[in-house]
Write a protein that binds this ligand. Structure first.
Ligand SMILES: [Zn+2]
Length: 420
């Protein structure tokens, strides 16, 4: 039973239905400000707090399942980004909720450290779920959380020096959802001296790591999730494991969908596109686009890494993403994605993930779901550094013109206008 207070926010516009449920059509969403929940949806009546014309598209709010906000109890990396600035960048990009990664100087690896970090998220504009870290010797927390494992070195303290310790630790996580950064540390070590960044982290590093993850997950009853997939061969392994009955999911970033080793030279500063895993070949990129479209890659997730310009000049890997995620969806539309597919990959799938750990339902525009929406507008938009909210202050899409932009971001009924 959904109760309704007098504190309603009413939004009318073109609503995108779930896949298979018809075409976008004008409709009305009523959100209760007191609870933040949608209390009613129905036909448009021409009245409301926000009435959007046909240049606008109303989607269930975009959720980013892979963000590095960088704030933790140590405060060491808050110069990069805080939960507040990450929230501002998210709202700027049409993102209503984020899931934050645990590779902090003070990593959330047990009840106490997880709750201490969670306390810090309260002031953010968007909803935040935290991953807990899996590292040598850790065990599951006493309450349900998603877990993240780093196999290789160079990422804080949460990495494994050998497979034996990794196996011993993972055996404690039976039945848990565990996300993996899939790059084989031994292959990375063997190629450390190679000439280019891409050669230091070759595709085999990802493929071998995925192969090991899938085998271990099967042995230990883990529910694996492969983060930021970059290779066609890796996707094939995942498909094969599913055919054998393993429940495995994966995600892809906007930068691995948009850039490849050839077209990245057109970016004003190609060296800034350095990331882990690296930008791959055109053929890999096309396989990733098709994988996302078909649903074999379940969701779009950014791996937002807010390294500063000074750090980028020093060759630190990772790119910022939150500010530009909404406009990026228009590029995917140019690649032939329809709105329902985008809503599935950016709201519904990550929404189900959030709903497993947070006390609300996310990812659909239906009564009882969180009243968070992304409103897009068909209006050409060029990404400029001056309009970014990330503290990192730069974007891999600077200078890129997208055929659309974010018009409003609605979080729990609170409307944030981004454009007229
Ligand atoms: Zn990441």
């Amino acid at each position: 039973m959904i109760t309704k207070s007098n504190n309603l926010v009413i939004i009318e516009g073109n609503l995108v239905p779930a896949e298979g449920a018809g075409e976008p059509a004008r409709g009305r969403v009523e959100i209760d400000i007191a609870t933040g929940l949608i209390v009613e949806t129905g036909e448009a009546r021409g009245t409301g707090d926000l009435i959007l014309d046909d240049e606008h598209i109303v989607l269930a709010g975009i959720i980013d399942q892979h963000v590095h906000a960088r704030e933790d109890p140590s405060g060491e990396e808050v110069y990069k980004e805080s939960f507040q600035t990450a929230g501002e960048a998210a709202v700027n990009g049409g993102v209503v909720a984020i899931v934050d990664m645990p590779n902090n100087p003070e990593a959330p690896v047990d009840d106490q450290s997880y709750l201490a970090k969670k306390d810090m998220t309260a002031g953010s504009l968007v909803d935040i779920l935290l991953y807990a870290g899996v590292g040598p010797g850790t065990s599951p927390l006493s309450f349900p959380v998603p877990y993240k494992t780093y196999m290789g070195p160079s990422i804080g303290h949460l990495f494994f020096r050998n497979e034996e310790v990794l196996r011993e630790t993972l055996s404690r996580y039976r039945g848990q959802f565990v996300a993996f950064h899939a790059e084989d540390p031994i292959i990375l070590e063997e190629n450390a001296g190679a000439e280019t960044h891409a050669l230091t982290r070759p595709p085999e590093a990802e493929v071998e790591a995925i192969d090991l993850i899938l085998r271990m997950s099967d042995s230990y009853g883990i529910r694996p999730h492969i983060c930021h997939l970059t290779t066609a061969a890796g996707l094939e392994l995942i498909r094969g494991a599913r055919k054998k009955g393993l429940r495995v999911t994966t995600e892809v970033t906007p930068h691995h969908l948009y850039y490849d080793q050839d077209n990245s030279q057109a970016f004003s500063n190609p060296a800034y596109l350095q990331c882990n895993p690296p930008i791959r070949t055109r053929l890999d990129r096309i396989a990733l686009i098709e994988g996302l479209r078909s649903g074999d890659i379940e969701c779009l997730a950014t791996d937002h890494a807010p390294h500063t310009l000074e750090e980028k000049d020093r060759g630190i890997s990772g790119v910022t993403q939150l500010d530009t995620l909404g406009p990026f969806l228009f590029w995917l539309m140019e690649e032939g994605f329809d709105l329902q597919t985008l809503q599935r990959a950016c709201a519904e799938v990550p929404g189900r993930f959030l709903g497993r750990y947070l006390p609300h339902r996310y990812g659909r525009v239906e009564p009882g779901y969180m009243g968070s929406l992304t409103v897009l507008k068909k209006e050409s938009f060029t990404v400029r550094r001056s309009e970014l909210k990330t503290r990192a202050g730069w974007s891999p899409f600077e200078g890129v013109t997208f055929p659309g932009r974010v018009s409003h971001t609605v979080v729990r009924g609170q409307i944030y206008p981004r454009a007229d």
